[in-house]
Design a binder for this molecule. Structure first.
Ligand code: SAM
Ligand code: SF4
Length: 384
């Protein structure tokens, strides 16, 4: 996997969607009136300038337009934000520039414009290849439309990925196997495969609580997970992260910045960042509500509502939590340097005996395939 010494990412959050999917708790909002994109561009420009003033002289290795639905932005809006990033930081010549897109024909029609604006990778929210399931998930596209959008992405961008959600209500291992095989036939170098999570305060959470939406039991969920690993591995797209699969070199470089504990700026409503300022790591977050974010940026030049200096212990916990999501695991010596203490060898030995983690001769600790379904418990045990 590519790993420049000091990778630096920029996350740009576009907080609008055409409709709200009933399972989703991302910071996304539906607006009746058209969004005033030039006003947002001015605010993004101001927030990028304010962030770069605190964290100057960085070389940007990855930019990620996430949402919400960034494919609702006009290409000129994406272009203006790219220009503003380039005015304040150096952009590496081989920087990865990803945009998340919903797979509708209207949005795919903007792909050429995004490429001209500097985007070189798209990540499409396909979610399912079954029209009944798409309707149940509240999606506004059909499977055919999604596959057409994937084909357009393949023709226009060097790199593309798409997302599927599995472990859905009533889904059998056989059904998932055939859907996954179909998806792999359309996949490039990268696929994100998320198990359906029932997020608090969503319509799915209400249905789930009322017994009207049942997620697979533990045995079925485990069978679905095992099939995913087996089929993707055999197809040359093994999991490099708990929910992300890629050929070697096809990993999302932006997301690797998060998981490897590197530095990134977050701009836009509800964006998070981790900036190294004056030898300290700052955990940064902006106002989530889009109009309140605009007002803050317009009055104070940035939308920050959180700016915490992390303690050594917090940095070490975060490094463990993020790094163990990766198949490559963590560098044990880096953990020790961050925490100022070693991981407990007795706990590692116990987890190893249970086949949940392994250590390598290069001094890395990583979670095994059987360990990933119980990752939260493994991390909690090691961090205790
Ligand atoms: C910010 S969203 C996607 C962007 C785009 N708006 C879309 O829906 O196509 C990122 C991805 O998270 C996944 N996701 C969102 N909510 C989820 C949930 N409750 N359980 C599992 N995956 C979820 C979906 O696969 C989605 O594509
Ligand atoms: S899944 Fe995507 S389209 Fe649906 S509400 Fe969430 S961010 Fe918006």
């Amino acid at each position: 996997m590519p790993s420049p010494d000091n990778p630096f990412g920029v996350y740009v959050h576009w907080p609008f969607c055409l409709s709200k999917c009933p399972y989703c708790d991302f910071n996304s909002h539906v607006r009746r009136a058209p969004v005033d994109e030039p006003r947002f561009v001015r605010a993004f420009t101001a927030e990028i300038a304010a962030t770069a003033a605190r964290a100057p002289d960085r070389t940007v290795s990855a930019i990620f337009f996430g949402g919400g639905t960034p494919s609702l932005m006009q290409p000129a809006t994406v272009g203006a934000i790219m220009e503003s990033i380039a005015r304040h930081w150096r952009i590496a010549p081989d920087a990865e520039v990803t945009l998340e897109a919903n797979p509708t024909s209207v949005e795919a029609a903007r792909f050429r414009g995004y490429r001209a604006a500097g985007v070189n990778r798209v990540s499409l929210g396909v979610q399912s290849l079954d029209d009944h399931v798409l309707a149940e998930l509240g999606r506004t596209h059909s499977a055919r439309e999604a596959l057409d959008a994937v084909a357009i992405a393949r023709a226009i961008f060097d790199r593309y990925s798409f997302d599927l959600i599995y472990a859905r209500p009533r889904q059998t291992p056989q059904e998932w196997e055939s859907e996954l095989r179909l998806a792999l036939g359309e996949a490039g170098e990268h696929l994100s495969l998320y198990q359906l999570t029932i997020e608090a305060d969503t319509p799915f959470a209400a249905l789930h609580a009322a017994g009207k939406l049942k997620t697979p039991d533990d045995d079925t969920a485990r069978a679905l997970y095992d099939i995913t690993q087996e089929i993707c591995g055999a197809h040359g797209l093994p999991a490099y992260e708990i929910s992300n699969h890629a050929r070697a070199g096809g990993e999302s470089r932006h997301n690797l910045i998060y998981w490897r504990g590197h530095e990134y700026a977050g701009v836009g409503p509800g964006a998070h960042g981790r900036l190294d300022i004056g030898g300290d790591r700052h955990a940064i977050a902006t106002e989530k509500q889009p109009e309140a974010w605009l007002t803050r940026v317009e009055t104070q030049g940035h939308g920050l509502i959180t700016d915490d200096t992390l303690t050594r212990e917090e940095m070490a916990d975060e490094f463990l939590l993020m790094g163990l999501r990766l198949a490559e695991g963590i560098d044990i010596a880096r953990y020790t340097a961050l925490a100022g203490r070693s991981l407990d060898p007795a706990r590692i030995a116990m987890l190893r005996e249970h086949g949940l983690v392994e250590t390598t001769s290069q001094g890395r600790l990583r979670v095994t395939l059987p360990g990933f379904p119980v990752l939260d418990a493994v991390v909690a045990d090691l961090a205790a």
